[in-house]
Write a protein that binds this ligand. Structure first.
Ligand SMILES: *Cc1c(COP(=O)(O)O)cnc(C)c1O
Length: 351
């Protein structure tokens, strides 16, 4: 409280030029953005200004060494037009964990929450309460100091930009289980939302796309025997009625959707096993018919069902079930997010 934010309002809103029924994910941005600079060893007065291009020196570290981290969150509007976030303290905690790994300064909690509240109030009209609508929130930090020596920068920019989103539909997703490529290695940056982690996934994913697979299931870098994540999501397997997901580690990102699903499973008396799971076990379960579902979890889609997978020469299509865990978890999480049900764990955060 009491944080001073320097606010410059946009003169005109772009909102009337936006077709909210046909939104491509992450392509349209709201009228304002939040920006806070780190220099002389501290975060300066936070600012909100009209959304627009930045001027950054070409020698800034972010362009050369990828010193950058980000987060992904959503705001939801209920039928009374109240706006809610979902477990936002965890996003702040995680961006600071990511920053620490990339030798970047932690961002203060009051700046984060006061900045988010002021920004969301200014751009409130961009949050629709129609079914499936939300506002995607992208906080990120880049190293802006003009100097290309290979060492941590002394200057950074923390920003938040907002993008209106419809219900996310990834289309039919079949996945290839990685045999050679890996997303993360032990001792590396896999647990951080480091910008470069995504860049490194594009090429293997493009190769998988050419073979007709939309995503890759990443396996551990040393043996490629353990199933770790799906694309940019955490991954769950349902074998018979047991839900299985890998434990978080320095290679597996601690997803907020993942841990919420684990909690909801426990609340609903679904057996959950958080343990390493081998490709061999998955193939065996596929062969003997006990593999019922595979789905990814993450903020954008909440839950993303996977229809089939390939591992080496083995191809498998998942059964088409009437009542899936995937749909059940998505419905329950959305109900909490849109304030249409109780919130026993205190996950909602009112703006
Ligand atoms: C962001 C991310 C996730 C999902 O995290 P959520 O908090 O659920 O959105 C999973 N895996 C990777 C690699 C990620 O970057």
């Amino acid at each position: 409280m009491g944080t001073i934010i320097d606010i410059t309002k946009a003169e005109n809103s772009k909102i009337n030029s936006v077709d909210f029924d046909n939104l491509d994910f992450g392509k349209i941005f709201t009228d304002h953005m939040f920006s806070c600079e780190f220099k002389n060893g501290k975060w300066q007065t936070p600012k909100i200004m009209p959304y627009g291009p930045l001027t950054i020196d070409p020698s800034a570290r972010v362009f050369h060494y990828g010193q950058a981290v980000f987060e992904g969150m959503k705001a939801f509007k209920d039928q009374q037009n109240d706006v809610w976030l979902f477990r936002p303290e965890d996003n702040l905690e995680r961006i600071n964990i990511s920053s620490e790994r990339l030798a970047m300064p932690a961002f203060p909690k009051d700046y984060f929450f006061e900045g988010l509240k002021a920004l969301l109030k200014l751009d409130d009209a961009w949050i629709k309460n129609t079914e499936g609508s939300s506002l995607y929130i992208r906080p990120f930090i880049i190293a802006t100091e003009p100097a290309i020596s290979a060492s941590p920068a002394a200057e950074y920019k923390f920003m938040i930009i907002l993008s209106p989103a419809k219900a996310y539909y990834a289309g039919e997703v079949r996945v290839k289980i990685a045999e050679n490529f890996s997303r993360a290695s032990s001792g590396g940056v896999g647990y951080a939302k480091a910008a470069g982690n995504y860049a490194a996934q594009f090429y293997p994913t493009a190769l998988a796309n050419e073979e007709g697979y939309q995503q890759i299931i990443w396996t551990d870098a040393s043996t490629h025997e353990y199933l770790e994540e799906a694309g940019t999501m955490n991954i769950f397997f349902r074998i018979n009625d047991t839900l299985i997901t890998a434990p978080t580690s320095d290679r597996i990102l601690d997803g907020i959707t993942r841990k919420s699903i684990i909690q909801l499973a426990k609340d609903n008396n679904i057996e959950v096993e958080v343990r390493p799971i081998k490709v061999g076990e998955l193939v065996e379960a596929a062969k003997n018919g006990s593999l019922k579902e595979i789905f990814g979890s993450g903020t954008a889609a909440v839950v993303n069902p996977i229809l089939g997978f390939k591992h080496k020469d083995f191809k498998h299509e998942l059964p088409k079930l009437e009542d899936t865990y995937a749909t059940m978890f998505k419905t329950k999480l959305n109900a909490i997010q849109y304030n249409t049900t109780e919130d026993p764990h205190g996950w909602r955060y009112k703006i």
